[in-house]
Design a protein around this ligand. Structure first.
Ligand SMILES: [Zn+2]
Length: 244
């Protein structure tokens, strides 16, 4: 297993590939794809700023870096937003990004998709697993990987106040169902492409290694190294057990 310090350093290096609020050069797509040999696809559609019905939504930092890291260590496939987009693939029905997922899935016989997102810390949980109430995959194939890495299931105990907030993992939280109402990537893959999929929302604490102050967010931020290592190891374990 990679040493925690190396893992965090690699995430910072990978994060430098992302042009959060810049357009792709003419003739290039705003997202990148990585082809692997293990039949799982990790997606990070909100890794850069994107536009939903004319409103600019901010990037979900480090979701792209984590997806690229997982593709490297698990030899799986990845698709990540690397520049600002004029669409929101997790909202719009017609989407260049969804079309690219369809062609990757069909070309490489992919059997499982993990759609990574970033949520704020304010929900008092580190990870929200969205399975469309079991419609996109069985939650019991996902959650145990997080529990094994040190997270605590809110299914059994509710959100625990007695543990660090990041350790709480919730399945199908009403706010993060993975697509009961919206045209998410997870829903598209499950219902249109007929393969299993899951949406995983990671709080800032479990994904952002370091983030400089910007105009939009005037404070430097560092997540919790132990929490970031735990979330990445959970995802590695999930990928290795899936897709075959
Ligand atoms: Zn998102």
């Amino acid at each position: 297993m990679t040493q925690p310090y190396d893992l965090l350093k690699q995430l910072v290096a990978l994060d430098a590939h992302f042009k959060y609020q810049a357009r792709a050069p003419a003739g290039e797509t705003w997202f990148d794809t990585v082809v692997g040999s293990h039949p799982v696809l990790v997606s990070a559609p909100h890794a850069c700023a994107h536009s939903r019905n004319g409103e600019l939504k901010m990037q979900e930092e480090y979701t792209g870096a984590i997806a690229l890291y997982l593709a490297q260590v698990c030899d799986c496939h990845a698709i990540v937003a690397r520049h600002q987009a004029d669409e929101d693939p997790n909202w719009h029905v017609e989407s260049e990004y969804k079309n690219a997922i369809q062609s990757l899935v069909e070309r490489h016989n992919i059997g499982f998709l993990i759609d990574l997102h970033g949520m704020m810390n304010r929900y008092h949980m580190g990870v929200a697993i969205g399975t469309i109430k079991g419609g996109s995959c069985d939650p019991s194939m996902v959650e145990p990987h997080f529990i094994d890495a040190g997270f605590v299931s809110a299914e059994v105990h509710g959100l625990q106040q007695s543990v660090e907030a990041w350790r709480n993992v919730v399945v199908d939280h009403p706010r993060f169902t993975g697509g009961v109402v919206n045209h998410t990537v997870t829903r598209f893959v499950a219902q249109q492409l007929n393969i299993q999929s899951v949406q995983i929302e990671l709080a800032s604490e479990v994904r952002v290694v370091e983030s400089a102050a910007t105009q939009d967010w005037p404070c430097e931020y560092r997540g919790n190294p132990e929490a970031i290592v735990a979330s990445v190891h959970s995802l590695q374990s999930l990928i290795r057990s899936s897709g075959c």
